[in-house]
Design a protein around this ligand. Structure first.
Ligand code: UDX
Length: 443
């Protein structure tokens, strides 16, 4: 099948590359000429495990190509994905200008029947707006071309996006006509594996499904974080509680890890956008408002612990911070709790040495954007280098290489053997037996 993908960001690239990998011809459209030129050479602008390889393989095979030419892209695919950004507007609602501009662009050059697929995360009702925008453009051109608008939200986790696309739990498609349905079924046939993964529904339900999934997961994490805070006070161990409740299949073990709050490009943005949608419809989402509040508090928890241990005034103190990215296997710094932690330490007068296996450069850029004074941040060469002469070690991201440090060495390297672990990486008994003061989350 011939497929067009508008927007070569995270979602567009992963979708385009994976669809090409199963034999389709895919053309990706982006406004950024430099990015398009690099991609055409097989150079991938984002960090996602395995993506480089899939892109290079398919570019080389002639199945995947990139263009800045909207007319060419519109003439290409029978199925045309819109995968452009939906950044939060000033009030937290999703800004649809890029989605609607993409729809108009496709319509301006439309020559025959097309399925336009909303892949971007968009509020309920967006497909109607896309349909209207396309209709208006066609009318302005004085042509009458049939088209369908479909909602097909993505459920790709950063760091595991290729796997999530290739082996999906479910493929949600909001679709209200038979022609589009047939094409979408054909498109996703290679990804079904041993049973049908398609979940068909009306367009509005599909749009809501995406927000519902992320809001539910964010709620789960926030509630777990609150339970962890309580466990800590009560002298219970949240990790044991987690195993105790996770064994109930209604609860399950997945996505139940307490930490320093959720970050990333999706949860914070989607939780806000869903609240704006609800407000606009006159519905109160009291639970979700609490989730957002709890998450903001949680991002401060590690600094609160530092203050409890070292006092409010941190002038003259120096800390090591392991992990900058909002989660492992990505260099993504969007809404990363590490930024809140850094701010909290620096504001109180401390200096900090940071290390992340891959998010050093994106980390620097994000710190600058957040107005963090870089003169008091040292970008260390390695995890060990960051620790030298530090009053304590803080852990913000559960990267694999942080999981089994040489504790003997670490104890010598730190000025005081204190670890603030925001991700519960270690066995408390073991670390304490090595002579550390170990302050983790909920244990
Ligand atoms: C998420 C959704 O999982 C994905 O389906 C959606 O399409 C996009 O948003 P992503 O943002 O890549 O994906 O990250 P995810 O792995 O879901 O983690 C989100 C945040 O929750 C991270 O900050 C992570 O550290 C935190 N988290 C996750 C926890 O604190 N505890 C957990 O148990 C799981």
């Amino acid at each position: 099948m011939k497929i067009t993908v508008v927007g070569s960001g995270y979602v567009g690239l992963v979708s385009g590359a994976c669809l090409a990998d199963v034999g389709n011809m895919v053309l990706c459209l982006d406004v950024d000429a430099r990015k398009v030129a690099r991609l055409q050479q097989g150079e991938v602008p984002i960090h996602e495990p395995g993506l480089d390889e899939v892109i290079r393989r398919n570019v080389a095979a002639g199945r995947l190509s990139f263009t800045t030419d909207a007319a060419e892209a519109a003439a290409f695919g029978t199925v045309q994905f819109i995968a452009v950004g939906t950044p939060p507007g000033e009030d937290g609602s999703a800004d649809l200008q890029y989605v609607l501009a993409a729809a108009r662009q496709l319509a301006r050059h439309m020559t025959e029947y097309r399925v336009i697929v909303d892949k971007s995360t968009v509020p309920v009702g967006t497909a109607d707006q896309v349909r209207q925008a396309v209709q208006q453009e066609l009318q302005a051109r004085g042509v009458d071309i049939p088209f369908s608008v479909v909602s097909n939200p993505e459920f790709l986790k950063e760091g595991a996006a290729i796997e999530d696309f290739m082996r999906p739990d479910r493929i949600v498609v909001g679709c209200e006509d038979e022609t589009a349905r047939k094409l979408m079924r054909e498109l996703y046939a290679p990804f079904q594996r041993n049973h049908d993964r398609m979940v068909w529904m009306d367009v509005r339900s599909a749009e809501l499904t995406k927000y519902a999934a992320n809001a539910m997961l964010a709620t789960r994490i926030s509630f777990m974080n609150e339970l962890a805070n309580l466990a800590e006070r009560l002298g219970a161990d949240i990790e044991l509680v987690r195993q105790g409740i996770g064994s109930d299949p209604r609860i399950g073990y997945h996505f139940l890890y307490p930490g320093i709050g959720y970050g990333g490009s999706c949860f914070p943005k989607d939780v806000q956008a869903l609240q704006r949608t609800a407000q606009a419809s006159g519905v109160e989402l009291a639970v979700l408002a609490a989730v957002e509040h709890a998450n903001e508090q949680q991002k401060q928890r590690l600094v609160d612990k530092v203050v409890q241990r070292f006092g409010e005034d941190l002038v003259g103190r120096h800390f090591a911070l392991w992990g900058l990215a909002f989660k492992p296997n990505t260099d993504d710094m969007r809404e990363a709790p590490s930024l809140t932690i850094l701010q909290g330490l620096l504001q109180r007068g401390a200096t900090v040495a940071v290390f992340d296996p891959i998010a050093m450069e994106t980390g620097r850029v994000a710190m600058q954007a957040a107005g963090i004074a870089l003169d008091r941040v040292q970008f260390a060469e390695s995890a060990n280098a960051a620790v030298a002469q530090a009053d304590a070690l803080l852990i913000a991201t559960e990267w694999k290489p942080f999981r089994s440090p040489d504790f003997e060495w670490l104890k010598q390297a730190l000025k005081t053997p204190v670890i603030f672990d925001g991700r519960n990486l270690y066995d408390p008994a073991l670390v304490r037996a090595q002579g550390f003061e170990y302050l983790a989350m909920g244990r």
